[in-house]
Design a binder for this molecule. Structure first.
Ligand code: AKG
Ligand code: FE2
Length: 315
């Protein structure tokens, strides 16, 4: 029996400790699948403590044998510099290598080829204190479609933990469905978009939180809120919201204290400051996504911190 079969059999009968021991044995003998499997578990912290550099080392061992799943798991980590120094050129080489085995990889490469970086982007200032501006045509139609296509199967209702009971309850402010492109999911297309947002907002790529996708169906909304967070040192200084479609009714983004109601086109970006001069939450940055009346509204939000930010913390 291969290690894959043995680990699979242990997993199926609920013998997780034996499964891990078997994967460890396989990895120590250099079995590519076992390296991938154990690397994947270490990456997500499944059945063991998350160990990102350890995961990268194992995936590298699988990748050295041209093991497709290992390569596929490794390239987002190289793109985002997670557990290993960022190496976007190598990430792209990997995607090129596995393009014949993975339809999404082939499509990413095609999209990048057919959609060059946008030429000069016009800025429209809507407010100055806090700064609120719109940039037109930041994303191509194909990029908007890509994000929606990849996110569509992954969006889930937004939940928060009830501080009293610890149970998951529906998010009181945000009723839309969402997902985010975390460090192990950022593909070449999303990575290029995140770099573009950094360039246009004059911020560091590494300060951005994972690109967060929201889908609002009729009646769903984002009630008035601040994006700045309570009690954090690395604050959200700016927010970039990219609008992924325009064929819906209602759903405007509003800033009630600035008397602004914003409806822009597909691919346009709204960018605003969350903090005042003293670094505190700017009262004027209070904003909302009004309920959608008809159709679906799709947006991608990048909350941008003051400093480098990693959702998994330091490692
Ligand atoms: O949906 C909107 O228009 C607002 C979204 C928003 O406030 C956010 O993503 O932080
Ligand atoms: Fe917001």
């Amino acid at each position: 029996m291969t290690f894959e079969q043995q680990v699979g059999a242990f997993m199926q009968s609920g013998k997780y400790a034996e499964a891990i021991a078997c994967a460890e044995k396989g990895a120590s003998e250099g079995d590519a699948w076992a390296c991938f499997c154990l690397g994947d578990w270490k990456l997500v912290g499944q059945g063991m403590k998350r160990d990102v550099p350890g995961a990268v080392a194992l995936l590298e061992k699988g990748a050295a044998q041209d093991h497709i799943q290992s390569l596929w798991r490794l390239y987002p980590l190289l793109l985002t510099g997670t557990g290993t120094p960022a190496d976007p050129d190598r990430a792209k080489e990997i995607v090129e290598k596995i393009r014949d085995h993975d339809g999404l990889c082939a499509q990413q490469l095609l999209l990048l080829e057919q959609n060059p970086e946008p030429a000069e982007i016009v800025r429209e200032n809507l407010a100055s204190d806090p700064a609120v501006e719109v940039r037109r045509g930041v994303l191509s139609q194909a990029e908007c479609h890509w994000i929606r296509m990849v996110a569509a199967s992954q969006v889930q209702p937004s939940f928060v933990e009830d501080p009293r009971t610890g149970r998951r309850i529906p998010h009181p402010i945000r009723t839309s469905d969402g997902m985010s492109f975390g460090p192990a999911q950022e593909d070449l297309v999303i990575n290029r978009i995140n770099h573009r947002i950094a360039r246009l907002s004059g911020t560091q790529y590494a300060a951005g939180e994972p690109l967060h996708i929201l889908r609002y169906r009729p009646g769903q909304q984002y009630r008035p809120h601040f994006d700045a967070l309570p009690n954090v040192t690395n604050q959200r200084i700016k927010t970039a919201i990219l609008y992924l479609n325009a064929d819906f009714e209602g759903g405007a983004t509003t800033f009630p204290k600035l008397d602004l109601e914003i409806r822009v086109g597909e691919g346009d970006m709204l960018l605003f400051d969350n903090l005042d001069e003293s670094g505190k939450q700017h009262e004027g940055s209070f904003h909302a996504g009004l309920p959608v009346d008809a159709g679906e509204k799709w947006i991608a939000t990048r909350w941008i911190r003051a400093e480098k930010y990693h959702p998994w913390g330091e490692f």
